[in-house]
Write a protein that binds this ligand. Structure first.
Ligand code: BGC
Length: 417
């Protein structure tokens, strides 16, 4: 209680200090939240900031996974005009910090006790050299499968728990005349599916390959099998998959044209936006074989070095608003993700959200919480991009078999380091 009061008192002092010294300016926010579900969640943030008199200048750069946004960011920083706050993932935050481009949120973090409530796995990316440089807004995870409930019922009704059961359900959906797998052929989406495949073959294997970048794991027999599975999944997509945006693939599952999508829990935001209810209209499961483990990614707002006390005050006010427990619940309920703090109640979350929170806690406790390769939390961008290239080539049938793809992956990752 005493420490809570202390935290409250210093938070008040901080707010008062900010108001006394500098009126907060607008924040200019670069992000890639442009789908229906994402925009709904973004609105929760905009409206929350508006209640605190922080104005919003929008800089959306469409493109799931954020690659296009990162290109736009580089151009802005090179021109000497960085945005105030930037949605960013994992190793990209660390890379920008290493360039000395980011500001410092230590005083807000200390006043609000972030160290005690933001999980270590996120702090590893929110801090650089011991200093807070970014404010985590959520925790997403990528090893999910979103299944149309009616299509699952027509395919036997049992959610698959193993790779073999997954293939059986996909075959049944195909026999029922729908596209079994709703997918968009973009490298980051292919890689998101691959996160699930590899994690489904074991956390030790996932860690050895994507986090430790062990050449034996990257180029070995298990990786050959992972690529064979990816190539098998290719046989369940429709003819028009190439280049399709992820939210359009979600829409195919929502309207029953496709049976399932293998995608991070931002897909749930699309289902909710369409008025669909977990359990009744759709089913959320972990990628078969990966139960108990989680590949996570956390959207964080990295604060760039800006000049002007009013702009710095706005960054701090935005960071403080993002970490408020009430906001964490309201935002993540809509976004499909789970809170970036460990002390937020799961009460407002639907069944998939509750499962997401429980899975995250379980995986963190058992050493099975892994950074997502596909979403920049396993290795820096150069390695990630090299990995994407091989995965997409494999998905599109450019290797004779899984073993050839695995050999190419080991080589590509070695060259990228
Ligand atoms: C981000 C999500 C976003 C998704 C699709 C991921 O990298 O973490 O917030 O919804 O990309 O755009």
């Amino acid at each position: 209680m005493k420490s809570m009061m202390k935290g409250f008192a210093s938070a008040m002092a901080l707010t008062v200090g900010l108001t006394a010294h500098a009126q907060a300016a607008d924040v200019e926010v670069l992000h890639w939240w442009t789908s229906g579900g994402e925009a709904a969640a973004l609105n929760v943030l905009k409206e929350d900031l508006a209640t605190k008199s922080i104005g919003w200048v929008d800089m959306p750069v469409a493109g799931g996974g954020g690659e296009a946004a990162m290109t736009a960011l580089r151009a802005r920083v090179t021109a000497g005009d960085p945005p105030t706050a930037v949605q960013m993932l994992g190793f990209d935050i660390q890379d920008w910090a290493a360039e000395g481009a980011l500001g410092n949120l230590d005083d807000v973090a200390a006043a609000e006790g972030w160290d005690a409530v933001i999980p270590e796995a996120l702090q590893r990316f929110s801090k650089y050299d011991g200093h807070w440089i970014a404010a985590p807004v959520n925790v997403h995870s990528t090893n999910w499968v979103w299944i149309n409930k009616a299509a699952l019922d027509a395919a036997g009704g049992k959610a698959p728990e193993t790779w073999e059961e997954l293939v059986a359900v996909l075959d049944a959906m195909k026999a029922n005349g729908i596209t079994p797998l709703g997918h968009g052929g973009q490298p980051w989406q292919d890689a998101t599916v691959f996160d699930g495949i590899v994690l489904g073959m074991g956390t030790d294997f996932y860690k050895a390959a994507f986090i430790d970048l062990d050449p034996a794991a990257l180029g070995g027999e298990q990786m050959a099998e992972a690529f064979n599975r990816l190539m098998k999944l290719r046989t369940y997509v429709d003819d028009n998959f190439s280049g399709r945006d992820w939210n359009l693939a979600s829409a195919m599952v929502i309207n029953g044209e496709a049976g399932m999508q293998m995608m991070g829990d931002w897909a749930k935001g699309e289902f909710l936006k369409a008025g669909k209810v977990p359990g009744a209209d759709f089913v959320c499961i972990r990628f078969p074989g990966s139960q108990g483990a989680v590949t996570f990614n956390s959207d964080q707002f990295a604060m760039f070095n800006v000049t002007g006390d009013d702009k710095i005050a706005a960054q701090k006010a935005m960071a403080s608003a993002i970490e408020s427990p009430t906001f964490q619940s309201a935002f993540n309920v809509v976004k499909g993700s789970v809170p970036a703090r460990t002390d937020v109640s799961n009460e407002a979350f639907d069944d998939c959200g509750k499962k997401g929170m429980a899975d995250l806690a379980e995986a963190a406790g058992s050493g099975k919480l892994m950074g997502s390769m596909a979403h920049g939390h396993a290795a820096p961008a150069a390695v990630k991009n090299a990995t994407y290239d091989v995965i997409t080539a494999a998905f599109n049938g450019e290797y004779a078999d899984g073993a050839a793809a695995a050999a190419a992956l080991a080589e590509a990752v070695a060259a990228a380091q």
